[in-house]
Design a protein around this ligand. Structure first.
Ligand SMILES: Nc1ncnc2c1ncn2[C@@H]1O[C@H](COP(=O)(O)OP(=O)(O)O)[C@@H](O)[C@H]1O
Ligand SMILES: [Mg+2]
Length: 335
């Protein structure tokens, strides 16, 4: 975490608080441990980092490269991300030239080519890379980051060790957010931070961006302000809707959905929040069995919405189904 960072700096917090050392990376303990071991021994294979956005893939690669190479970083690392041209010519020329370049490094260290968001490279460019990877394997290592490792062609996958990252837990996000809140002296109430964590859904980048946006927009982090900034359906409305379903009040439940629909949220936004609120719903108010059945219905609705059937009528159908689940549970009818 940046020390003595000036409070007025306009740097986005995601950059200001980007970890610079491997041990500052939060979450994904197994993956991080593996990286620490690689950094300690210098024994690094070609690597693919895969996982959803905002959880530390790019950060991990950068930390690893800095730890391995220290001051030699600027000569011994070629960084290419999605905004650089990475077509077949670049692979043939730039990457190859870098691989051939002579750089004096401590024994056992290699030059590193960092390919961020590698899944956006065309497969032709990836194909062109596989030979380079092999020919220069005694001097150069490749580290790729991507959201979906399936988008990396098989021959490259088989030349790499895959390090998988998963979403961070709410607790991990919250702890990091708390540290930033303290450093930046952000005025907040606890439910504001909870809202930041909720809207981020395990994505640390989003959590820090939402925190900063709320802070600079309103100067105060509470639930209301966070949801205004994030433009997500307010979970309280969804929670009310679910409570009405639990009581069998289908009309009132439908009113809440209609309200969100009229506010301009898409069926996909709504269903995503319905899922997350259900998942976290107080287990006394919603017994386990009911919760599982709810999630099953929500899953089906998610599928339909994904297929393009995103009408208000479908959402009304969801309310009806959820009410029915509760009625069946009460009557002791199991499916
Ligand atoms: N595991 C993490 N620990 C600490 N900060 C993180 C972590 N993951 C993401 N961040 C924060 O989010 C920002 C974006 O992370 P990044 O590594 O670029 O994500 P991605 O997985 O999309 O490559 C970082 O600058 C950092 O501030
Ligand atoms: Mg990244």
């Amino acid at each position: 975490m940046a020390t003595a960072a000036s409070k007025n700096s306009t740097l986005p917090w995601v950059e200001k608080y980007r970890p610079t050392k491997i041990d500052e990376i939060v979450g994904n303990a197994d993956a991080v441990e593996r990286l620490a071991a690689m950094a300690a021994t210098g024994n690094v294979p070609n690597l693919i980092f895969s996982g959803p956005p905002g959880i530390g893939k790019t950060t991990s690669i950068l930390c690893l490269a800095h730890t391995l190479l220290g001051p030699a970083y600027k000569d011994a690392v070629l960084e290419l991300n999605a905004s650089d041209d990475r077509g077949i010519d670049v692979v043939r020329n730039k990457i190859k030239m870098f691989a051939q370049k002579k750089v004096t490094l401590p024994p056992g260290r290699h030059k590193i080519v960092l390919l961020d968001e590698a899944d956006s490279m065309t497969s032709a460019a990836q194909q062109a890379m596989r030979r380079t990877m092999e020919i220069y394997s005694n001097t150069t290592r490749f580290a790729l980051a991507c959201n979906a490792s399936e988008k990396i062609i098989e021959p490259i996958q088989s030349r790499c060790a895959i390090v998988r990252f998963t979403r961070l837990s709410d607790q991990e996000v919250l702890e990091r957010v708390m540290k930033v809140v303290e450093k930046e002296e952000v005025p907040y109430v606890p439910d504001g931070l909870e809202a930041v964590v909720f809207t981020a859904d395990g994505d640390m980048r989003q959590a820090l961006n939402n925190l900063q946006a709320t802070h600079s927009g309103f100067g105060y982090v509470n639930q209301e302000n966070v949801f205004k900034v994030c433009d997500q359906p307010h979970p309280q409305v969804i929670s009310d809707m679910l409570t009405h379903c639990l009581r069998g009040n289908v009309d009132d439940a439908y009113d809440r959905i209609k309200f969100l629909y009229a506010a301009g949220f898409s069926a996909m936004d709504i269903i995503g929040t319905v899922y997350r609120v259900t998942k976290n719903f107080n287990s006394e108010a919603m017994p386990e069995f009911v919760k599982l059945e709810f999630i099953r219905e929500i899953g089906f609705m998610h599928m339909r919405v994904g297929d393009g059937v995103n009408s208000l009528l479908q959402m009304a159908g969801l309310c009806a189904k959820l009410c029915k689940v509760v009625e069946c549970a009460k009557a002791g009818i199991l499916r």
